[in-house]
Design a protein around this ligand. Structure first.
Ligand code: HAM
Length: 412
């Protein structure tokens, strides 16, 4: 019997796993520069958490959750996104400072798999809990933009909008309902349900016919209260001051219920249908909604698989200072073992195979492992106490002393 992976999941093997590691390392470096610390929360949470935060009428909750009952009859759900778990953890553990968190991990959504869309996918996310300034909105957007340019994504468009707050949104909702009244027979069945349950969600619809109708719908920004309008203006000014380019997208309301004020998305022109590299926004009521004190918050999450489609890691993501030791015959193995031990002791990664293979096969392994160098040891090398160093990128070989080898490995 052969087993295959479940639909919509992926095995991440080399060289893809090396590219993934490269992207995650870049992400960590950038967010740590802005004072973020890592958090890890459970892969599954009580289902209720997502109903309360992501939103009962969202596509995620109504169609995409992996929900199951455990042995004690509790309803649990594989997390479809990271924000609710992080907020729950902050409240449950009473954390106030630090208040800037990042996470990297798998999320689960039952969606129709296609390029850039999986049922298990990785998100790189940040959440800032407890800061209300529009300056922080601009800073969060800047972090994503900086990250994309650090990994060679040069076609990223940042779209921004304001989705208002519980004070001004009812007015917009009413205007939208008025606009759609009489057009019910022209919109899809899902949208007809959305219209009765949570009208703003109609903007999440992917149906082209529906989208055409919504092009003429009222704009949320026109209904903002003075506080939300002022906040949006200040975010725009802060983005301009930071020289972050963006476009305002009046139709973008984001597919989750907790957003207030600023909402944004990073779009790539190279991705086709699944063009959102990531998205986020402010969620000033979620902490309170989940039982904490009234606390403003903002964050984003980026889709790692989509990033990997358009990012430009170096052609060969070389394993960090990995060298492969290659030997001609069993006689040189003790020498090779001693050398491996010494190099590992000074922090150099070494691949050494204990089953003697042909030289060409061993070089093939070094190549497949993306090793930076191969060190070749034969009778001659042992007798003269030298080593043959092969640069795996250029194929150039030279004979050098042990001291020279150390200099090379620690400086390149
Ligand atoms: P989201 O827009 O639902 O937001 O997801 C963020 C990103 O995750 C998307 O833009 C996309 O790149 C990626 N993504 C979503 N679904 C899939 C999928 N099925 N396959 C591959 N990639 C996918 C959130 O999740 C919010 N928690 C973001 C946030 C954080 N807002 C505030 N803080």
């Amino acid at each position: 019997m052969k087993y295959s992976r479940p639909k919509g999941t992926r095995d991440i093997l080399p060289p893809e796993s090396l590219r993934k590691h490269w992207v995650e390392t870049k992400f960590r470096k950038i967010v740590e520069r802005y004072g973020f610390v890592e958090v890890t929360t459970p892969i599954f949470e009580h289902t209720e958490l997502f109903l309360r935060s992501t939103g009962e009428s969202t596509d995620i909750v109504t169609k995409q959750m992996y929900t199951f009952t455990d042995q004690a009859n509790r309803s649990l759900t594989l997390r479809p996104e990271g924000t609710p778990g992080v907020v729950r953890a902050i409240i449950e553990n009473g954390v106030k400072i630090p208040n800037r968190f990042f996470y990297i991990g798998p999320m689960f959504r039952y969606e129709r798999p296609q390029k850039g869309r999986y049922r298990e996918f990785y998100q790189l996310g940040v959440e800032i809990i407890g800061e209300a300034s529009p300056e922080i909105d601009a800073e969060v957007i800047e972090i994503g933009a900086n990250f994309f340019s650090a990994i060679g994504i040069d076609d990223c468009l940042t779209q921004i909008n304001s989705v208002g707050c519980p004070k001004c949104r009812p007015k917009f909702r009413q205007e939208l309902v008025n606009f759609l009244t009489g057009k019910q027979d022209k919109i899809c069945q899902d949208c007809q349900i959305r219209l009765t349950k949570n009208p703003l969600r109609v903007f999440d619809c992917k149906n082209e016919g529906c989208q055409k109708i919504y092009e003429l719908a009222p704009k949320v920004r026109a209904s903002l209260c003075s506080e939300c309008a002022d906040h949006f203006k200040k975010v725009i000014t802060a983005l301009d001051q930071r020289k972050i380019s963006y476009t305002i997208n009046d139709r973008m309301v984001r597919g989750l219920d907790y957003y207030t004020k600023t909402a944004f998305e990073y779009i790539s022109t190279k991705l086709g249908a699944q063009d959102s590299l990531g998205g986020g926004g402010r969620y000033d009521n979620l902490v309170e909604e989940l039982g904490g004190p009234k606390t403003p918050a903002i964050g984003f999450a980026l889709g790692e698989e989509r990033i990997l489609i358009v990012a430009q890691p170096p052609n060969r993501v070389v394993q960090p200072r990995l060298v492969a030791i290659i030997y001609w015959s069993e006689k040189e193995l003790p020498y090779a073992k001693q050398l491996a031990k010494e190099l590992r002791n000074i922090g150099i990664s070494v691949y050494l195979n204990y089953e003697l293979k042909k030289l060409r096969t061993q070089l093939g392994y070094a190549n497949a492992l993306n090793a930076r160098y191969a060190i070749i040891i034969g009778e001659d090398e042992v007798a003269k106490n030298v080593l043959t160093l092969r640069d795996m990128e250029s194929g150039k070989q030279e004979t050098i002393s042990y001291q020279e080898l150390l200099t090379r490995l620690t400086t390149t």
